[in-house]
Design a protein around this ligand. Structure first.
Ligand code: PMP
Length: 341
């Protein structure tokens, strides 16, 4: 039987690429989006959840009723919950009390036990979600703390899967890879593989306006003035994740909430790809990069589209939310005006 699997985990990875035909038409290169929403948990994080849990199994750490712990309400939470169900482990997620009820319901639907912790305490406070997760992992025998920001297996998951897929799908013709960096795992692991194949491939990280990563890459220092609140979830950071291999990255581009929001909506309206907010951010990163760098017809650009737009219906796809941010509402009618400025 073909295209038939023993369980849902068989669908992880081997995600398709789709050419962008309208949004990046001004750029003379071929541009492809790698649709990580085609993973069964609808994001790139399925890859790391599966890889980290299977590595722990190989080491003999896990027993049938083991506990998998992580500190996220986002994509990684969904993926860890999904892998835990199939493999028969208990999943505990420590999340902040800022997490929307809808997201907690989603995690619970996937069998996760969710601990809601105060957001307004320092990271080293025993009540913080970091400390709660660490304590649960330390006190529970045979448990695994995914710890995606500081786990080298996060990089390894993408070195083993995403990187080789990009190389094979483009028949080795990829010239540029762009990805938004949160933990940095996706870009670092893919970059490591691709640079081994061809050191001339340009690796571009897309950072959030409000994050320290671009500044650190350029100066080797954390600039506290770089830190400010922003709306895009899943990218940018106010600390240095060890899953981000700065030396694999040629350049960072910084994007803001507003342009990334327009771009996300534009991708849905013009390419019919309903992506998450960082799909707009990475595309905006390419467009800004292209304003300062030349592309030609032999260039083949790959953008990582990390997740699906269904998780952002009340955010970037909501006219009300756009208006609350002071962004131009129902922006399709105003694109030309907005992009001229
Ligand atoms: N976009 C979204 C929506 C994410 O959830 C993440 C993961 N934090 C990223 C981009 C960045 O991926 P990575 O953590 O591998 O850098």
């Amino acid at each position: 039987m073909s295209n038939v699997y023993d369980n849902i985990l068989g669908l992880i990875g081997n995600t398709p690429m789709v050419k962008l035909n309208a949004v990046t038409r001004e750029i003379p290169a071929k541009v492809y989006a790698k649709l990580e929403s085609c993973n069964p948990g609808h994001s790139t994080k399925d890859r790391i959840a599966l890889h980290i849990i299977e590595k722990a199994e190989e080491k003999g750490i896990l027993t049938p009723d083991s506990v998998i712990v992580e500190t996220t309400s986002g994509n990684t939470g969904f993926s860890v919950a999904m892998v835990s169900i199939v493999k028969g482990y208990k999943c505990i997620l420590a999340v902040s009390d800022k997490t929307k009820a809808e997201k907690i319901a989603y995690l619970k639907a996937l069998g996760a036990q969710v601990y809601v912790c105060p957001a307004n305490v320092p990271a080293d406070d025993p009540r913080s979600y970091y400390e709660v997760a660490k304590r649960i992992a330390a006190e529970t025998p045979n448990s695994v703390y995914i710890n995606q920001y500081f786990n080298e297996l996060n990089i390894d998951a993408h070195y083993q899967t995403t990187g080789p897929e990009i190389w094979e799908q483009t028949e080795g013709k990829v010239t540029h890879l762009f990805a938004c960096t949160g933990t940095g795992g996706t870009l670092s692991g893919s970059a490591k593989y691709l640079k081994e194949k061809n050191p001339n491939i340009k690796i571009i990280g897309v950072d959030a306006d409000g994050s320290i990563l671009k500044g650190y890459h350029e100066t080797g220092k954390i600039n506290p003035l770089d830190i400010k609140p922003y709306q895009i979830e899943g990218m940018g950071k106010n600390l240095l994740p060890s899953a981000l291999l700065f030396d694999q990255i040629d350049q960072f581009v910084k994007v803001n909430d507003e342009m990334s929001a327009y771009r996300t909506r534009e991708i849905a309206l013009k390419e019919a790809i309903m992506g998450g907010y960082t799909c707009g951010a990475v595309t905006q990163g390419l467009i800004q990069y292209a304003a300062a760098n030349n592309f030609g017809p032999d260039d083949l650009v790959v953008l990582i589209f990390p997740d699906h737009g269904s998780r952002y219906i009340t955010k970037v796809y909501s006219d009300e939310w756009m208006a609350q941010q002071g962004f131009v509402n129902n922006c399709v009618h105003n694109y030309d005006e907005v992009f001229k400025t």
